[in-house]
Design a protein around this ligand. Structure first.
Ligand code: HEC
Length: 188
């Protein structure tokens, strides 16, 4: 028992010395091992689920206006990393590690329970961001209603064609202009 403990302690000290002398490569171009990626994914999924499953999804989620507002936000703030139908990978998106998921290439979710689960998880991530990835916490600058709108749009965008996307953004912008007079100083 004693030898095992001393062996472990020596191993930990050696690992710390190696890390302190720069042995670990932090480069984004140096991918994790497959098993490390699996572990990170498992920790991330569990963390998001634990923190989002009590959230109450607002009834207005399918509201046309909420979706349009989400679309406008998405187009302005998310496409540089997450892309959009008809948009080629950007210089920024190509360099990310972990890569940002491309939502419009995901399978649409039809099951209502799964849809709500995804909406909650998306809301939580958009609001709080994700550590050690490039995903920012938009909750520092946006209220919950706007964030639900973005979560709803992320669900909506799967398998959208470039034409449908352009139409959506077009009408979102028209709506945005209508809002300007009544919506005091709200940007995006
Ligand atoms: C600077 C790049 C960047 C920007 C801008 C960005 N994201 Fe992300 N986002 C990421 C990355 C990278 C991940 C993946 C992190 C990971 O794999 O752990 C991510 C993850 C997510 C996820 C979780 C995905 C999942 O599979 O559950 C959601 C939802 C999301 N982003 C939504 C958005 C929305 C909405 C916006 C705009 C308001 C946005 N992101 C802007 C980089 C970005």
């Amino acid at each position: 028992m004693k030898t095992i403990v001393s062996f472990l302690l020596i191993a930990i000290v050696l690992v710390i010395i190696a890390l302190g002398s720069g042995a670990y490569n932090m480069a984004a171009t140096e991918k994790h091992w497959a098993v490390t990626e699996k572990i990170i994914e498992w920790v991330r999924e569990s963390s998001i689920e634990a923190r989002s499953n009590d959230l109450k999804v607002p009834a207005f989620l399918d509201d046309a206006e909420i979706l349009l507002k989400g679309a406008e936000h998405y187009d302005a703030m998310c496409t540089i990393c997450h892309l959009a139908p008809g948009l080629e990978p950007t210089e920024l998106s190509k360099g990310l590690y972990p890569q940002a998921p491309v939502f419009h290439q995901r399978e649409p979710i039809v099951d209502q329970t799964q849809k709500l689960e995804h909406a909650r998880a998306y809301f939580w991530v958009i609001k709080n961001g994700l550590k050690m990835t490039a995903m920012p916490a938009w909750g520092l600058s946006h209220d919950d209603d706007s964030i639900w709108g973005m979560a709803a749009f992320v669900l909506k965008i799967s398998q959208m064609t470039p034409e449908q996307y352009r139409d959506y953004i077009g009408s979102a912008k028209d709506q945005g202009h209508d809002h300007k007079d009544s919506d005091h100083g709200h940007s995006h």
